[in-house]
Design a protein around this ligand. Structure first.
Ligand SMILES: O=C(O)CCC(=O)C(=O)O
Ligand SMILES: [Fe+2]
Length: 348
């Protein structure tokens, strides 16, 4: 795909929104393998877990039970008691909004290169048959720190980098605490997953901006996918819903709880838990009235690390479901281009 066509995708959304036009054909979903685009399926069975209770003798058992039952079915829950204040989370959202409100030329200074995902832009174009998502994104690697590409980090608003850095550090702690709790919920040693992530685990943050859309019934904010990560932590819009998760073949809405974080498992945790815990398929729908922003942080093992199902989760009843792999990110990307389900290609 040449540069002209790639940039025209992002311009098109803004122009169509400004002129209240119908989405152009490149955005229209023609076949939905995973069910029609409904804006209001039922609310999902996603529990709210209070992380501060992990250190309470009295309550930890109940919280770990909730974690276990949600991860073995839906693969998703929300967390409170994560240690971040409401005002801090609002600040994180605000800097994202301020960035997206900048004039297009200003945002383009941080544009991603045509064949790269890091930076600001719309969908990376990988095939002529591709249907585009109704979304602009700013995608930045935050860990390991020496791999940050600071030229892609916004200069406006001026406090963007400082806030993102602080948010990333806090999310790192939350992710570590959750990894240990996930291990405990399976009666494993606390570091069973963290050891596979390694000290140089990757964290990438994606700021998603979904403009209102005149035909939410015809486009996806983000098309159905599973995350390639180990663990994804999502800060949803304070007010506007849009995320849906598929459980047992049906779509469910994830409710907005303004100061909770949504936790989704990614494919690499499904591998490490030998398929006991699920990496849920999810999608985002748009609406006619309101724009939506969300901030997703994906943590995954160091690409060079070999990861695989934890030994204690393999037995005669549950043989090893996945083989050991390195660089799952690259496998996932290749499958995406070929239209294959990445997890199916790494079965034992
Ligand atoms: O916007 C959302 O709620 C989810 C976005 C998402 O699934 C992603 O960025 O991978
Ligand atoms: Fe996702």
């Amino acid at each position: 795909m040449d540069m002209a066509k790639a940039t025209s995708v992002s311009k098109t959304i803004e122009q169509m929104v400004t002129h209240s036009e119908q989405p152009s054909s490149g955005f229209i979903v023609k076949e939905t393998k995973f069910g029609s685009i409904e804006s209001s399926p039922p609310l999902g069975p996603f529990p709210v877990i209070d992380m501060s209770l992990f250190s309470s003798q009295e309550h930890v058992g109940t919280e770990l039970e909730k974690l276990k039952s949600s991860l073995s079915s839906a693969g998703c829950f929300q967390v409170v008691g994560h240690g971040m204040s409401d005002s801090f989370l609002d600040r994180v959202r605000e800097v994202a909004v301020e960035f997206f409100q900048l004039p297009a030329e200003e945002k383009q200074k941080h544009a991603r290169a045509v064949n790269e995902i890091e930076g600001y832009g719309s969908d990376l174009v990988v095939s002529d048959a591709q249907v585009f998502d109704w979304c602009h994104r700013l995608f930045l690697r935050v860990f390991p720190v020496h791999r940050r590409r600071l030229n892609l980090w916004p200069q406006h608003p001026p406090e963007f980098s400082e806030i993102l850095n602080e948010y990333a550090m806090k999310l790192k702690t939350v992710t570590e605490v959750l990894s240990k709790a996930i291990a405990k919920s399976l009666n494993l040693e606390e570091y069973s997953f963290l050891n596979q992530f390694g000290d140089q685990a990757l964290m990438q943050v994606r700021f998603n901006f979904y403009p209102p859309c005149s035909r939410p019934d015809l486009v996806h904010g983000v098309k159905p996918h599973t995350d390639r990560s180990g663990i994804t932590i999502l800060l949803q819009d304070r007010e506007v819903e849009g995320l849906q998760i598929r459980v047992d073949g049906k779509w469910y809405r994830v409710p907005v709880i303004p100061h909770a974080l949504v936790v989704n498992l990614g494919d690499q945790m499904q591998i490490m838990t030998n398929g006991i815990y699920k990496s849920p398929m999810h999608r985002v729908v748009t609406n006619t009235e309101k724009l939506r922003i969300s901030i997703a942080a994906f943590t995954e093992p160091e690409p060079e690390n070999e990861i695989g199902p934890v030994d204690q989760l393999i037995d005669e009843q549950r043989p090893k479901l996945y083989r050991n792999v390195r660089n799952y990110g690259a496998i996932n990307y290749e499958c995406y281009q070929k239209g294959l389900v990445a997890l199916d290609t790494v079965r034992a």
